[in-house]
Design a binder for this molecule. Structure first.
Ligand SMILES: Cc1cc2nc3c(=O)[nH]c(=O)nc-3n(C[C@H](O)[C@H](O)[C@H](O)COP(=O)(O)OP(=O)(O)OC[C@H]3O[C@@H](n4cnc5c(N)ncnc54)[C@H](O)[C@@H]3O)c2cc1C
Length: 398
């Protein structure tokens, strides 16, 4: 059995960016990526809105605020350098009533603290920029963009393999033992390494539990249903259009997103899924269900947001409810316009007291570092996250 200096679990954007960064930062090292699917980027990395976020929403001083700002720049630079299609579309956050205007003021303050350039538009300016969008005011964020993160991951993987890295697909990690070395039991046999980095997305808590009795949180899967508009309505908006988010809720609200392939999507909502990779309403996994429904954090989370939980659940099978949310700022979209589009499932870390973990979180031991919580904007932030991980690994190995 070959020995590796570093073993990376997970072939999403964070795992692949980290594997590549390990090669760049520690020259001559032998690195393996273990991915349970037959293809890289099969889960969150390819099932998202494809926004290169600017960093509008994140608490000043948080890792999200810092890495998103850096990642916005780095992602665009990476795309420019390697000819990956992306667009600097900018984005609009639309206020539809007085409550939104007040919340928009708070967001603008946050943008100032996060050093993000914004412009406030009045009703007429909004109309001029987006004639089919209604609102009383809007915030224009010029640095937002769009990209396909699956394509970014493929390019990073190509560079990793060219530099001598090895990727094992159909290779599910089943157990990890930390002794003088790291021993990883997988569906393809046992791998031995000097250090393990875990980037397992929806399974981050299970990976942590392979190393220690408990994780300080559990991952709850929140499905985001999307629809795509018919070709005739693709020009209805020119920019990504977001509502003003409710600061009490962890998700951003249903938005209209021009995708890099030319399509226009609506979504995502955020409803509890009955399987970690439950991309359809009816997809269930017994182990996931048992784990979820025996977790106190789930009930406390629902108790905190009873109305939002119900609305999200209802709208996931009641299209008119879903439509109403987007009609608040784009009334021309009809029920008939909502055509099927693949859903995504977010890995949301929730503490036993029902609190959702907002910031990125990393859990370390002597020879392991696991990415515990990497929700949006982790795709935008993948390159700075990978540098952060490698710096941490260097410290831990001293
Ligand atoms: C609906 C939705 C919309 C989003 N929109 C945006 C956006 O617009 N912009 C943005 O920046 N971010 C967005 N995000 C967030 C972003 O997509 C994720 O934060 C990011 O992709 C996380 O990457 P990852 O590599 O950690 O996880 P993943 O892409 O989920 O990769 C984890 C990988 O680990 C593998 N794995 C798990 N367990 C094992 C095991 N035991 N053995 C081997 N392999 C294993 C999985 O198969 C998977 O390939 C969105 C996410 C969702 C779901």
């Amino acid at each position: 059995m070959d020995k590796y200096d570093y073993i990376v679990v997970g072939g999403g954007i964070i795992g692949i960016a980290t594997a590549r960064q390990l090669q760049l930062q520690f020259s001559g090292v032998k690195v393996a990526v273990l991915e349970k699917e037959s293809m890289l980027a099969s889960h969150q990395t390819s099932r998202n809105s494809g926004i290169i976020h600017a960093g509008v929403y994140y608490a000043p001083g948080s890792m999200k605020a810092q890495f998103c700002r850096e990642g916005n720049h780095d992602t665009k630079e990476f795309c420019r350098e390697y000819g990956i299609p992306f667009k600097e579309t900018g984005k609009l956050l639309v206020a539809t009533d007085e409550r939104d205007v007040q919340r928009m003021g708070e967001l603008l303050e946050r943008c100032k603290q996060n050093e993000i350039t914004t412009e406030v538009l009045d009703q007429q300016q909004l109309q001029e920029l987006e004639p089919n969008v209604v609102g009383v005011a809007a915030t224009w964020v010029p640095s937002s963009g769009i990209v396909d993160y699956g394509v970014v991951t493929t390019k990073l993987a190509e560079q990793f393999v060219t530099a001598g890295g090895e990727i094992f697909t159909n290779c599910e990690v089943l157990a990890v033992k930390e002794t003088a070395e790291i021993e990883v039991r997988t569906s393809l046999g046992t791998f031995v390494g000097g250090f393990l980095v875990g980037c397992a997305g929806l399974y981050s808590d299970r990976l942590i539990r392979m190393l220690q009795p408990e994780a300080p949180f559990k991952i709850l899967p929140f499905r985001g249903d999307y629809f795509q508009l018919p070709v005739t309505k693709r020009q209805i908006v020119k920019h990504p259009i977001y509502p003003i988010p409710d600061p009490e809720l962890p998700f951003l609200g249903i938005h209209l997103t021009p995708m890099i392939d030319g399509s226009l999507t609506v979504g995502p909502n955020a409803t509890l899924a009955f399987a970690r990779e439950g991309y359809k309403f009816w997809t269930m996994n017994f182990k996931d269900l048992l784990e979820m429904f025996s977790y106190s954090g789930l009930y406390r989370l629902i108790k905190k947001y009873p109305q939002a939980t119900w609305n999200e659940l209802k709208n996931s099978f009641h299209k008119p409810g879903y439509l109403q949310l987007v009609n608040r700022y784009c009334p021309q979209i009809t029920l008939d316009d909502l055509r099927p589009y693949p859903a995504g499932v977010r890995a949301q870390a929730v503490k036993p007291d029902g609190t959702t973990l907002d910031d990125f979180l990393f859990v370390e031991s002597g020879k392991t570092l696991i990415v515990g919580n990497a929700p949006s904007p982790a795709a935008t932030s993948a390159l700075p996250i990978s540098r952060y991980i490698c710096d941490k690994v260097e410290q831990l190995q001293k």
